[in-house]
Design a protein around this ligand. Structure first.
Ligand code: SF4
Length: 392
């Protein structure tokens, strides 16, 4: 994975916590109370006015409206939201403006035209699978033909930069059906693909179905085979594998997410959204009613938590090792001191000797076999790997 440099950015994230129906694997904060949409958009506009000052006049370089399902706001509310945001922030430097879109919400030219008018230049679409039985099981509301149609409508409106999300490890999925989904995704010619292993989060319907024996989890070895197939197919098709789960055509990496991975500051608006200024994380309540009531009363609703140095160190280990840039031990030392560097170096030794990590100069990278056990390697390099927080 070749490395590219990053520069600091001020990012804006807006969370739209509405979904028409809940997917069985989802444990994100979202609600089906769609009658609250107009009130919610007004609440986000109020929060933008209250909190724009936190960016200290820094111009935005990336804007990301995620969810939930932002596209289900519809053209009118999305345009209203964008106008409210533009009124509060310096938008002159925005390079990337992404909106997450459900393929089922793009049935004609209306939404694509509204997105283009808002200045959106990138769409992230949750395709997840191109096999109808798998989509049905996950309780997605689109079918396998809708992503290609939606992408064509978006491109006709001038939005050419498309990212597709895929999921592997779906119960009943085989290497053959996964190959079919990867091929169908490639046939849409997206500039970016994100692929995630299905996870069983406690309390989700998916979790309960497995407990009740209604579905069988795909085994670890099969998931490794699916991931290997994905990496090979996408690399052969000209995508850069720039983060464990992310692939991009040259020049089309997600700038917004890349900024998260370098620890750049961002402001998060909306119910359940997080913000980070380099040292402090702020959390909005993941409760629609509490959020709307706070905004209508003109109150900032977020809780703040100052991160300890070892929490910031752990976060750096977690995100940097997942990227093709890797973890630079010189940067670890500059930010956290020689003790942190020595800790990372010592913990990395067994993985360097077994070939799961490799070093280029002062930078550690996961090797391809290392990616398969990245969770364990990352945990071992973290400061409180044994659950004991040491003090420096
Ligand atoms: S659309 Fe996304 S946020 Fe909504 S339920 Fe499905 S996975 Fe969760």
């Amino acid at each position: 994975m070749p490395a590219l440099g990053h520069r600091n950015m001020a990012g804006l994230y807006v969370h739209i916590p509405f979904c028409k129906q809940r997917c069985i694997y989802c444990d994100f904060y979202s609600t089906t109370r769609i009658h609250e949409v107009a009130r919610y958009v007004q609440a986000v506009a109020a929060e933008a006015a209250l909190r724009a000052i936190e960016l200290k006049g820094e111009p935005l370089t990336t804007v990301y409206i995620g969810g939930g399902t932002p596209s289900m706001l519809g053209a009118e509310q999305l345009v209203r939201l964008a106008q409210a945001l533009r009124a509060q922030f310096d938008w002159t430097q925005v390079e990337e403006f992404t909106v997450e879109v459900n393929p089922d919400d793009v049935r004609d030219a209306t939404l694509p035209a509204a997105l283009a008018a808002m200045g959106v230049n990138r769409v992230s679409m949750g395709a997840q699978s191109f096999v109808d039985s798998e989509l049905h099981l996950l309780r997605r509301r689109h079918d396998s033909r809708q992503p290609a149609r939606a992408i064509a409508l978006l491109r006709e409106a001038g939005i050419d930069n498309v990212s597709l999300d895929l999921i592997y490890g779906i119960p009943g999925q085989t290497l053959g059906t996964w190959r079919a989904s990867v091929d169908a995704a490639l046939a849409c010619h997206p500039q970016h693909i994100s692929a995630y292993n299905l996870t069983y989060e406690s309390g989700t319907p998916l979790w309960r179905m497995r407990e009740a024996g209604q579905i069988v989890e795909v085994g670890d070895d099969d998931c490794v085979d699916m991931y290997t197939l994905l990496v090979q197919a996408l690399t052969a098709a000209g995508y850069e594998h720039y983060e464990i789960s992310n692939f991009a055509k040259p020049g089309f990496r997600s700038r917004h997410n890349s900024a998260y991975w370098t620890g750049a500051p961002y402001l998060g608006l909306g119910a359940g959204a997080h913000s980070y200024d380099g040292t402090t994380r702020r959390y909005n309540p993941d409760d629609l009613t509490a959020y709307i009531q706070a905004m209508e009363a003109g109150r900032v609703a977020c809780l703040a938590e100052s991160l300890e140095w070892w929490e910031r160190y752990d976060e750096m280990i977690m995100v940097r090792l997942r990227t093709c840039e890797g973890l630079d031990l010189d940067v670890v030392e500059q930010k956290f001191g020689s003790c942190a560097r020595a800790h990372a170096q010592e913990a990395a030794k067994p993985y360097l000797s077994t070939g799961l990590l490799k070093a280029h100069g002062t930078t550690l990278h996961l090797t391809e076999p290392g990616v398969m056990t990245s969770d364990i390697i990352i945990r071992d390099l973290m400061w409180d790997a044994d659950g004991i927080v040491q003090t420096q």
